[in-house]
Design a protein around this ligand. Structure first.
Ligand SMILES: [Zn+2]
Length: 441
């Protein structure tokens, strides 16, 4: 346990000598889930305006609420610069806080593409000035995100940036991918691949199979994903070093390949999205463009297999792939509507509910997928919930049923809006309390 026995006595003495005007609130009977220390106990926690003063085994019964670290969402589209009609830094980061996400990995398919260190630093600082979630910029692997010629990784390394992606597209050129692995290995850098064989996915809108037949639109096969996973792993295998992360995997075969490569000693990880865990292709058949995403929602058989693989520990992170679009781009016919849904506010409830109920995973293992898992992949600080650490934590009710009726995002493209969800973020602290019961404090 963190600092339970002897240090607590000291803490209590410290509190007694503090000035009278410091308000200390006791969160009673909360289940503290801390993946850093593998701590999972029902405790009472004393919180001042900027830190935890003490943590003790609960004196009374459990409240049923969870106290967890602020979440790290390693795959977020903030749409700035260039697409501010869909999202701004402020609206995106407010949606993040409302979802309990205190650190976001910002994807580079902006306009212009995020391929310069100057722009990455400006965005990070602009994010910081808002006093909301931290931004970890994830710039392009290749210039102009064109998939051909690598950016100058060293320029980014000087600013402490080590993770790169051409997300929205794969890194098209084998040579560029090879160069990226070799160059990034010098400073523990990472390539995050959006795995897709573009020629196989081109023109497709939904899963190849029942969804493509029933909607009469062109399908995208799972092989369009896992054949690119295979290509990337083969290139990495021939390099002397390098790290690869495969994002938003929708095919069990992709995850199997990642796990096989990991067992063979390669530094390969992957994430899945909450919507691929919760929904199958029936959703796009029933709801149309609002449930159109890339990769598409797959068959129920694939979804079930992925849940099994989650339980077996084959997946390192869950990431939202928060992809805001204006109403006009999601109300087009299925074949031409934009791909993607917003997901920052629904990531925690959807993930916890489906992995508890359908995969039988432990709460601590689920929270790991949303905190230490992604943080270790993108080399960011792992949020800790402990005495005298800066506040970075979320109070979550895993049982609470609530109507997801409004969003802080500038866009509202998600099939979950208007639905009853199970599990609600009640409060969020980041340096101090920021969010409580649906409103910013
Ligand atoms: Zn992507």
């Amino acid at each position: 346990m963190l600092q339970m026995a002897e240090p607590f006595k000291k803490m209590e003495r410290t509190i007694q000598t503090e000035t009278m005007d410091e308000t200390i609130e006791i969160l009673r009977g909360v289940r503290l889930l801390n993946p850093i220390t593998n701590f999972d106990e029902v405790v009472d926690v004393a919180v001042s305006k900027d830190s935890i003063k003490w943590i003790k085994i609960a004196s009374g019964k459990s409240s049923g609420l969870w106290l967890i670290p602020g979440l790290v969402d390693m795959h977020v589209h903030l749409r700035t610069p260039g697409y501010e009609e869909a999202e701004t830094l402020e609206t995106g980061l407010k949606a993040a806080i409302a979802g309990g996400v205190t650190c976001v990995g910002m994807m580079p398919n902006t306009s212009p593409p995020l391929d310069s260190a100057e722009l990455a630093v400006v965005l990070k600082l602009q994010g910081e000035s808002l006093g909301l979630s931290a931004i970890e910029p994830i710039p392009c692997v290749t210039k102009d995100r064109a998939g051909l010629q690598c950016v100058n990784f060293q320029e980014f390394a000087k600013s402490g940036i080590s993770c790169f992606s051409d997300d929205g597209s794969p890194v098209q050129s084998d040579e560029a991918l090879n160069e990226a692995f070799s160059s990034l290995a010098l400073f523990n850098g990472l390539v995050i691949e959006h795995p897709e064989v573009s020629s196989m996915a081109a023109g497709g809108a939904v899963n190849l199979g029942r969804a493509s037949r029933e909607t009469g639109t062109q399908g995208i096969p799972e092989s369009a994903e896992f054949l690119d996973v295979k290509r990337c792993i083969n290139i990495l295998r021939k390099c002397s070093g390098g790290r690869l992360h495969l994002t938003h995997l929708s095919s069990p075969e992709s995850i199997r390949l990642v796990h096989e490569a990991f067992l063979n000693g390669l530094d390969v990880t992957c994430d899945v999205t909450p919507h691929h865990l919760v929904l199958n292709e029936q959703e796009v058949i029933d709801s149309g463009p609002i449930a159109k995403m890339n990769p598409p929602l797959r068959s129920e058989e694939s979804r079930k297999k992925i849940l099994e693989m989650m339980k077996s520990g084959f997946v390192t992170a869950v990431a939202s792939d928060h992809a805001p679009h204006p109403h006009s781009k999601k109300t087009l016919p299925l074949s031409s509507a934009a791909f993607g849904i917003i997901g920052l506010e629904t990531m925690l409830p959807l993930t916890v509910d489906v992995l508890l109920r359908e995969a039988g995973m432990s709460p601590l293992d689920i929270i790991r997928l949303l905190t230490t898992g992604p943080a270790s992949v993108i080399n960011t600080v792992v949020p800790d919930v402990d005495v005298n650490k800066p506040l970075n934590m979320v109070l979550f009710d895993p049982q609470r049923k609530w109507l997801y009726s409004d969003t802080f995002s500038k866009s509202s493209n998600t099939p979950f809006l208007g639905q009853m969800l199970t599990g609600r973020v009640l409060r969020v602290w980041l340096k101090h309390e920021l969010f409580r019961e649906g409103e910013f404090v």
